[in-house]
Design a protein around this ligand. Structure first.
Ligand code: PEP
Length: 242
């Protein structure tokens, strides 16, 4: 729910387009709040795509305050985030997340599915928690729809913290392998390996190199630093050199 109005949003968006124009061989997906999508869609450089931060679990109808996937699609969204931890904290469950994934796919939006454990324990229960999140959020989603799915691994304990508290690159890599194994168990080896996996949680220019270099992720989900074009530009430039 940032930034606070369209004037500030446009200023940030102009800055992001400027830094993006200097980066090479990267795609970025900007997921602003709903009211900004149509304005941003008017002037979108190639390689930059729009997404929403949420969609309804319903297709259309008497659900006041909700935004349907088809509505998001009609104003320029190509992607939507589903199941962000802040929305799960507001009551979303794997079941409602699964309904949202289905609605998004039906409207031909690609899905950035957020998963991640709230905390770690020494018995490794966080691994079964994560596996359940992935399996239940993708329940009944057919293998052929995987080309429209991106997984954003966002350990909740690492979101909104200092850059030194982000997950270390080697640990990100371990989780990447775990998520790929979970997808392979569900869909078969090859398909699981093709789903892009992002890391999110306190990414800044200071930890980007280590997270992407050692973590070997396909991309990043950047929160606060996406509101600061210069920092975001540094992140892009570091990633494009890896
Ligand atoms: C987020 O909100 O999903 C996120 C990753 O935020 P930040 O980068 O600020 O930790």
């Amino acid at each position: 729910m940032n930034p606070k109005n369209i004037a500030v949003a446009e200023k940030i968006f102009t800055g992001i387009k400027k830094v993006f124009s200097r980066s090479k061989n990267l795609n970025i997906i900007i997921c602003p709040p709903f009211p900004y999508i149509k304005t941003f869609n008017a002037d979108l450089p190639s390689g930059m795509f729009l997404g929403t931060q949420n969609v309804s679990a319903e297709s259309i109808g008497a659900f006041t305050g909700e935004v349907a996937s088809s509505m998001a699609k009609s104003v320029g969204a190509v992607y939507t985030i589903v199941g962000h931890s802040e929305r799960r904290a507001m009551g979303e469950t794997n079941e409602s997340v699964n309904k949202k994934v289905m609605q998004a796919l039906l409207a031909k939006l690609s899905v950035i599915l957020c998963v991640g454990e709230r905390e770690r324990d020494s018995d490794g229960r966080y691994l079964s928690f994560l596996k359940d999140q992935i399996k239940n959020s993708l329940a009944k989603i057919p293998k052929k729809a995987l080309s429209q799915i991106i997984i954003a691994y966002e350990p909740v304990w690492a979101i909104g913290k200092k850059d030194t508290e982000a997950m270390k690159g080697r640990d990100v890599h371990e989780m990447l392998i775990f998520i790929r194994k979970t997808l392979s168990d569900m869909y078969g080896g090859e398909s699981g390996a093709k789903v892009p996996i992002l890391y999110g949680g306190s990414v800044t220019p200071l930890n980007t190199g280590e997270i992407v270099g050692e973590g070997n992720v396909d991309g990043l989900l950047v929160g606060r630093q996406s509101l600061v074009p210069e920092s975001f530009g540094e992140i892009l430039s570091i990633v494009s050199r890896i």
